[in-house]
Ligand binder design. Sequence first.
Ligand code: ADP
Ligand code: 5GP
Length: 191
Amino acid sequence: MGTLFVISGPAGVGKGTLVNLLIEDDKSLALSVSCTTRSPRVGEVNGKSYFFISKEEFLQRKEEGDFLEWDEHFGNYYGTPKSFVLEQLKTHSVILEIDVKGAAEVREALKGKGVKPVLIMIAPPSEEILEKRLSGRASESEEEILNRLKRAEYELSKKDEYDYTVVNDDLNEAKETLKKIIETEKSKRRF
Ligand code: ADP
Ligand code: 5GP
């Protein structure tokens, strides 16, 4: 059985960039793809970035207990498909990239199943740099960027609940730190 890694951090901090690099380097890691009701951004691929589904389908699957956790952000629903995560964990270590509330719910939901996730917070070097990265991504409107920055403070305030905090300043350094954490935790086989 693999180890479950939960990666959180404010929007624009570089979670997606880092996770993609980790997955490329380590084929034994599986990435959980969340479902969302928001529209795809330019370059996002259905089934890779997210499963883009309708609100109706989301609500139906939620009723059927298909999500390990779910939440609403900025007017859209996001959820982690339960069956995919549990199936993958039988043979792989799995990475979930979800917000702080989702992370706490996953930890609770898996307690009864004997799975103890490793929680990793990705933090920005400064608020200014986070703002620059969010604007630089050029994928959200001014209003959406402001909403995400407001939420950032809350996300970072939960870092004491995490096993590790990694500051994403130099991308390569942050990636190497994450790789070391993953190797250490995999070898502890805490599940
Ligand atoms: P998230 O998934 O956390 O919302 P992204 O991975 O989309 O964030 O990153 C937001 C932007 O910041 C992207 O344009 C990405 O290329 C850039 N970025 C990520 N990490 C770094 C870094 N260490 N230094 C500079 N730019 C970065
Ligand atoms: P974005 O629209 O920028 O991709 O994501 C918005 C927020 O939704 C981010 O804080 C991201 O971490 C969170 N998110 C993405 N997938 C999930 C999920 O499956 N569950 C929960 N709870 N949050 C998610």
